[in-house]
Design a protein around this ligand. Structure first.
Ligand SMILES: *[C@@H]1O[C@H](CO)[C@@H](O)[C@H](O)[C@H]1NC(C)=O
Length: 256
């Protein structure tokens, strides 16, 4: 879910430079930020806000940016294993709502090393909602979990710092930015979740399992965080890099 913000973060930086590699022109959302601008962080912040407001609903086809709200993912497979518990969860047809109401509160950036450019965004999101279908196979102790059905998750008051690392790469004699790392570390105020048929064919146990999950989500959440972070890194890197390769660095963020 956090990947939405990251996509928005880096993509917005580039869209201000209007002309992309194949000579296709796309709308500008604000004035391009110069790398030497002493207020570059404010400039990026303004650009991002303008970009989100403008494209969240429809995306930007020309540079491969999908709609961000809702954000669609065809599927996501997560496998988890520790001493007491193992689970494989396949989510499908995932729609995530809420990116438009997310607020970027502050930007920090460091462009001094072209091999390790850092952009960080502090974000707050009042509510994110995700729904789709799921299939789960697993075990908690001796208790077998086998469920498939529909699910939804609502998260409230998400505070995050999105840390993005990029490097300058040269392609056909021209410089582009490439994301090498995306790190999120969200703190979530509250979470409500629901999954139908969580314990296959047993409505009573399914109900108990749902209650249990809602009561103890903080424990699961901590355990699952490293996997979620890995997913965010993988998904957002591939999305952002596809877009970044369409606009030369010099147009994205002019040197001066
Ligand atoms: C999640 O799904 C359940 C069961 O269909 C439903 O009762 C609940 O309203 C849904 N939650 C949201 C926030 O839509």
């Amino acid at each position: 879910m956090k990947s939405l913000l990251i996509v928005v973060l880096v993509v917005a930086v580039e869209v201000r430079s209007a002309i992309i590699r194949e000579g296709v022109e796309i709308p500008t959302y604000s004035v391009p930020c110069k790398r030497t601008d002493p207020n570059i962080n404010d400039c990026i912040l303004k650009g991002l806000r303008a970009f989100i407001a403008a494209v969240a609903k429809d995306g930007v086809k020309e540079i491969g940016v999908p709609p961000l709200d809702p954000f669609y993912m065809p599927e996501l497979l997560t496998i988890y294993k520790n001493r007491d518990m193992q689970a494989s969860v396949l989510l499908k047809n995932i729609f995530t709502h809420g990116a438009m109401n997310a607020e970027i509160k502050a930007i920090r950036s460091d462009f001094s090393n072209p091999q390790k450019i850092i952009i960080e965004a502090d974000t707050h999101s009042p509510e994110m909602f995700s729904e789709g279908t799921y299939k789960m196979e697993g075990k908690v102790g001796n208790f077998v979990l086998n469920g498939r059905g529909v699910y939804n998750v609502t998260m409230y008051n998400i505070d995050d710092t999105v840390h993005v690392e990029l490097k300058v790469v040269e392609i056909d004699g021209e410089e582009f930015l490439k994301v090498t790392k995306v790190m999120v570390d969200p703190e979530i105020g509250d979470m409500k979740m629901y999954a139908s048929n969580l314990v296959n064919g047993n409505p009573e146990l399914s109900k108990i399992a749902n209650q249990f999950a809602n009561q103890f989500w903080k424990l699961f959440y901590k355990e699952m965080m490293p996997i979620a972070q890995e997913n965010v890194d993988k998904i957002s890197k591939s999305l952002i890099n596809k877009a970044l390769l369409t606009i030369p660095y010099n147009q994205l963020l002019p040197p001066n």
